[in-house]
Design a protein around this ligand. Sequence first.
Ligand SMILES: [Zn+2]
Length: 285
Amino acid sequence: MGTMLIGYDVEWRGARGDGDVTERFLDRVQELHNRLGIPATLFILGQTLERCPQAFQPLVDDPLFDLQQHTYSHQLLKTVYIEDGGRVQVIRGADLDTIRWEVHLTNDLLRDLLGVECIGLTGPWCYYRGLRDRPDILQVLWEEGIRFTRTDGRNEHDYHPVPLDLQPYWYEHVGFPEMLELTIHGWHDCVLRDSLGWQDLDGYVESVKPYIGRAASENKLFSYVQHDWSSIQEDPEMKATEALLRYAQERQLTFMSCREYYELACSMREHREATTSVLRREASR
Ligand SMILES: [Zn+2]
């Protein structure tokens, strides 16, 4: 069967530019997901929310939409050392105090402006191995109320694609057994579309379909990222996104929001722990 999570990073207003790109995206994504009956998660940049809070209001009461965060000003949690085959690009991660401030402020904004209690975060740019090597960052996120992350979204070259074999995991080995990493598979949509040419919507759809096909045939999770600005660039009606979502429906993938997936993972873990303790009790009799 397989499962698909689609999470959109909503960041144009503030991180990248002005104009009504974010507002147009929000209108379109809500219409599209309601027409298809598919849930989605928005990972919202604090700055973007601050600049157009009214644009997010219709999504607050929409049961198909889960609202989480993407830091306040798009500061990287961890340094990336990107080797794309041609050149090396290094962008430094923020220090722990900055990370705490960014996450705390964005949680406050989500609560104060929209009444949303945030528990999930997509790390700007994403990183190889997520936060498995950074228990110090996980500690800050945990203290700020974050319970699931999408930070593992680059391969060993800090580039793309990320194989579907990388499935969600708990950060238990670094001391956070109740913090879930959801990963991001394949290519980030903007990198893929830029490399194909923004007009090549068919090429984009065909490049993503194999992940959906494999998730269906191997009963895996396909966790995917798009962005507000890239989702409507050269595609104002989001026809490429619609084609991907319809293909996943045809392949009978189950759709969930990231929060729903996290809650399901928690209940499965509790069930497993309960079963294990019963078995232990039985064995010790
Ligand atoms: Zn981003």
